[in-house]
Design a protein around this ligand. Structure first.
Ligand SMILES: [Ca+2]
Length: 518
């Protein structure tokens, strides 16, 4: 595995000195803008917003996420910059929209010249680590982190990551998902016939807690990324039935409603049959299957919650829990049969709206906000919390005003993008435009389940054209941001000439050319 790093000895020394400075500053400096000494960013993969007790799903057994919610702030309306893994993760790494970086599909990745927070924050003296599924490209690259503990997508059995090595050390092979018990009968809701610690989410929780036990006393910035509850819905055997009798919510809408929706939605699911990772036609799933998926999906979330509990305990043991900014969210949601669809890739709330909980210094305890935010707005917070100057390419908004005033407005519109389609959403409406000219428009107040597509309706013409204009403006803004990312250094002589001209102007407004060196 590649571990590119420049001058490790020098880097370590610089970090030791910086850590000493962070400690000193903490003792001397208690002004309220100092958010935290540590950053612990926890994500799950494909976890829809309404999948926790703090979002109304009362039967869920997630005591540790419940604790973070009751000790921190819950965000009701958090939208992802893309309803797909890699574009969403690249946006998180760069703080830029997919339209700005060009990362709009799972086969893309960030150009080398796009600055990322682990690389820049690492220079603040904090130890940085990426633990779990990152979905970087190359998959085993560091991307600016000091270290990685790798546990990638559970379906990618061909990647020799640390989880595979851990299994091998115990005489186990990572199974192809189709070989797990129950996979075909349930169209994807299998059981992992092992102890929890061998399940990839159990492994990530244990590894993250271990890392925090070893490093939690020193300043750090870590991203812990659980591969679950992403499909296949494969909880460990002893957890698989924990929600068998729970009042599982039935799917919203049905495939019938798609007749008035963009054509791209109607082919979703069937394509899984030709994908070697699935080998199933997901569009054949019935409500009964969807309910089974949900049972297992929720069990996977409870397993992840156990790991989060271990991580919180590790920070408590290190005595640094209350100095740590803990952020919990997901890269996108999962339809789980809503609108007759599996998985993700469109902009319904089940796919583009995620849970967001923030706990830490400066964040009101036990509070919640309905303010519209994007997970992109977390990246400016990362830089702020870690006292690292942000790069000029950053596009997210400053989320901190809601920490003291939950009614504060952070943004009027949130955007989400994937190859071939783009969405803009306000608190009241959602509009998506597709490359074939089809569109969706929903009134989120009168139709929160997004059943009735109002695009093309004469009664909503002005609204539709206003939101379309927002998408155009967004794209233009992303263009200029892209130019920041690739800006070449100016010739020094040109910079001198500009500086001298500014001086000349300041001296009296004379615009006549004067040679630089007389
Ligand atoms: Ca994902």
């Amino acid at each position: 595995m590649s571990h590119p790093g420049n001058h490790p000895g020098l880097l370590a020394l610089t970090k030791r000195l910086s850590r000493r400075n962070i400690r000193r500053r903490k003792l001397a400096d208690h002004h309220e803008d100092t958010l935290a000494r540590n950053l612990l960013f926890i994500t799950t993969d494909q976890q829809r917003w309404d999948s926790l007790p703090c979002y109304g799903l009362d039967f869920m057994q997630t005591p540790n996420l419940d604790r973070l919610a009751s000790e921190g702030m819950v965000f009701d309306t958090c939208i992802v910059p893309s309803p797909l893994c890699v574009p969403s993760r690249a946006a998180i790494m760069s703080g830029q929209y997919p339209a700005a970086t060009g990362v709009i599909g799972n086969g893309d990745w960030l150009p080398d010249n796009v600055p990322t927070w682990p690389a820049l924050i690492g220079k603040s003296g904090r130890r940085t680590a990426a633990i779990g599924k990152m979905h970087f490209n190359p998959w085993d690259s560091l991307q600016g982190f000091d270290e990685r503990i790798m546990a990638e997508d559970k379906r990618h059995i061909y990647l020799p990551d640390h989880h595979v090595q851990f299994l091998a050390a115990h005489g186990l092979d990572r199974p192809h998902p189709t070989t797990l018990p129950g996979y075909y009968e349930t169209i994807g809701a299998s059981r992992t016939p092992w102890d929890r610690k061998f399940h990839v989410d159990g492994y990530v929780g244990d590894q993250a807690a271990g890392w925090l036990s070893r490093n939690g006393k020193e300043p750090f910035a870590a991203w812990v990324s659980f591969p679950g509850p992403h499909d296949p819905y494969d909880p460990p055997e002893d957890m698989a039935d924990m929600y068998a009798d729970a009042p599982i919510p039935e799917p919203i809408g049905s495939a019938e409603e798609l007749v008035n929706k963009p054509p791209a939605q109607r082919s979703r699911g069937a394509g899984s049959l030709s994908n070697s990772m699935f080998r199933l036609d997901m569009s054949k799933a019935t409500t009964e299957h969807h309910m089974k998926w949900r049972q297992h999906y929720y069990a996977n979330i409870s397993l992840i919650d156990e790991g989060i509990g271990k991580m919180i305990q590790a920070l408590e043991d290190a005595g640094t829990l209350d100095e740590s900014l803990i952020i919990f969210t997901s890269d996108h949601g999962d339809a789980l049969g809503d609108h007759g669809m599996p998985f993700k890739g469109f902009f319904y709330d089940c796919m583009s709206r995620v849970p967001l909980i923030i706990r830490g210094p400066g964040v009101s305890q036990g509070s919640r906000t309905g303010s519209l935010v994007s997970t992109l707005d977390l990246i400016p917070l990362f830089y702020e919390a870690c006292e690292t100057p942000p790069p000029p390419t950053l596009q997210g908004e400053d989320i901190r005003p809601v920490f003291h005033d939950p009614s504060a407005t952070i943004r009027d519109y949130a955007y989400s993008e994937i190859g071939g389609r783009m969405m803009v959403r306000s608190q009241t409406h959602k509009y998506a435009h597709y490359k074939d000219g089809s569109a969706e428009l929903y009134d989120l107040v009168s139709d929160p389940n997004e059943i009735t597509n109002l695009a093309g309706s004469p009664d909503h013409e002005t609204l539709e054209s206003d939101l379309k204009a927002k998408l155009i403006e967004h794209n233009i803004a992303c263009q200029s941001n892209r130019s920041h990312a690739v800006s070449a250094p100016q010739y020094w002589l040109r910079l001198e000439l500009e500086a001298d001209y500014k001086k000349q102007m300041a001296e009296g407004g004379d615009t006549k050319y004067r040679p630089l060196h007389k």
